[in-house]
Design a protein around this ligand. Sequence first.
Ligand code: AR6
Length: 172
Amino acid sequence: MKLRLDAGDITQLYVDAIVNAAKKSLLGGGGVDGAIHRAAGPELLEECKTLGGCETGEAKITKGYDLPAKYVIHTVGPIWSGKEGYGGDNNEAELLASCYINSLQLAEKKELRSIAFPCISTGAYGYPKQQAAMIAVNACKVFSNRAESLREIIFCCYDDESLAIYRQLLTD
Ligand code: AR6
């Protein structure tokens, strides 16, 4: 099992599944969610409409349609409510870890080999980037010890700050 970094747009990746940092309705939005829906085409929204939304920390899977990725795993990250350095007050850390674990579990259930994550919750939802990255890497490392089908987990960093943070964490 390999954990690696990629810089840039997650919609361009040829992997079995890309993860979407979605909202509870699963009906599209801005940021990476908007980019994924644009690149996948309107059929993605049609399938999302049949899913009945998604709770924070949970995950649901759809096909990838026009994306190079075969599947999209939609997960809903927590909205940050704390102060930087003080932790969130509403279970944010546990919920963010659940996003990663539940997405990985869905990928295993479908016997996928590769999955790429964006930096969930660190855009519109305001989660401090360093704290979110530590949770992401830790959850994926723990999961990798019991992975069966998965061979590769990619952290897709869209901005330079996230890229630097993940580079540091993955070389530690
Ligand atoms: N590829 C990879 N990462 C990207 C891309 C891309 N094409 N575009 C943005 N990012 P955000 P959230 C990064 O705001 O904080 C949506 O409206 C971005 O730099 O997309 O979980 C949903 O519908 C950041 O590091 O997601 C929800 O309402 C990361 O993706 C809400 O935003 C996450 O930023 C979810 O907020």
